[in-house]
Design a protein around this ligand. Structure first.
Ligand code: NJP
Length: 263
């Protein structure tokens, strides 16, 4: 594993879930961190925890990634402080599980603003510096929902398909600049994500036994930092599902519409 000591790592959505676990593992490996999210109180607590345990620099900044002007301002400030980013983890995101005919237009816009436009805007703030330095790693937390569309998650799934399209294109664009681009496509993970996504708790009840631990997902991500890993698909068996879907979409949808109607 490449050393992370002294690397500058920016993590969006670092106030909880996978983002906070990624921050803890990066700190343990000696990286300096910029933690971004809306809940500044939670970021400050995490910052204290990390700085009291490890000899690293940690910045905590409030940022709502649905606000592209705020992204510009925060990244200008952060980058003038830390000078450059070695790694950006675009992790901030959320989902709301609704049938397409029930989805509210504000929720649709909001999911795209955070999951897609916010991720692109954060990326565009670090790319020029990475290109100039001919070094960097963009890690986009997408989803298995970006590979396999399932009922009652049309908008969330569409937003994560958009993330994967962007990620795949970007990887080819910056390959000659020695910048690595990785997508992370997990299945369900036991985080606060479902408090918003699955208010009735039906999905959590149905998939509880498959749920990944955020610490495990974070370790898979951090172990591959500063490597050329294209995609991280978790759990591995779900990845066979997406290959099958690509090869046999009609069969998959005929049977999948029942099997995957877990929400
Ligand atoms: O969820 P959660 P996860 N601006 O809710 C932040 C994807 N994923 O860790 O702003 C800035 O514990 C929020 O912070 P705060 C998922 O799509 C998950 O599971 O303070 N930040 C918090 O730190 C997402 O991309 C599952 O509320 C914003 C963090 O995002 C990523 O994993 C499965 C924000 C969310 O933490 C992390 O989610 C899958 C905003 N506007 C993909 N809105 C899963 N859990 O099952 C939210 O395939 N955040």
């Amino acid at each position: 594993m490449p050393s992370l000591t002294g690397k500058n790592i920016i993590i969006t959505g670092a106030s909880g879930g996978i983002g906070a676990e990624i921050a803890r593992l990066c700190a343990a490996r000696g990286a300096n961190l910029v933690l971004l999210a809306r809940s500044i109180d939670k970021l400050e607590i995490l910052k204290k925890e990390l700085q009291s345990t490890y000899a690293i620099n940690v910045h905590a900044q409030q940022l709502d990634v649905s606000d592209t002007e705020a992204i510009k301002a925060v990244f200008f400030e952060v980058l003038s402080d830390i000078r450059y980013a070695d790694i950006l983890v675009n992790n901030a995101g959320f989902g709301i599980f609704d049938y397409a005919h029930e989805a509210k237009i504000d929720d649709i816009k909001s999911m795209f603003d955070v999951n897609v436009i916010g991720l692109m805007a954060c990326t565009s703030m670090v790319l020029p510096g990475m290109k100039q330095r001919r070094s960097g790693h963009i890690i986009n937390i997408a989803s298995q929902a970006g590979k396999i569309a399932t009922p009652k998650s049309s908008v969330y799934s569409a937003s994560k398909h958009a993330v994967l399209g962007y990620t795949n294109s970007l990887r080819m664009e910056v390959a000659d600049d020695n910048i690595f681009v990785t997508s992370v496509n997990p299945g369900p993970i036991a985080t606060n994500f479902f408090e918003v996504a699955d208010k009735q708790g039906t999905y959590v009840k149905n998939v509880k036994r498959y749920m990944l631990k955020p610490e495990y997902v974070a370790k898979q991500v951090v172990d591959r930092m500063m490597t050329t890993t294209r995609e991280i698909n978790l759990p591995r068996w779900m990845s066979s599902g997406s290959i099958f879907y690509t090869l046999f979409p009609r069969i998959f949808e005929r049977f999948g519409k029942k099997v995957f109607n877990q929400k």
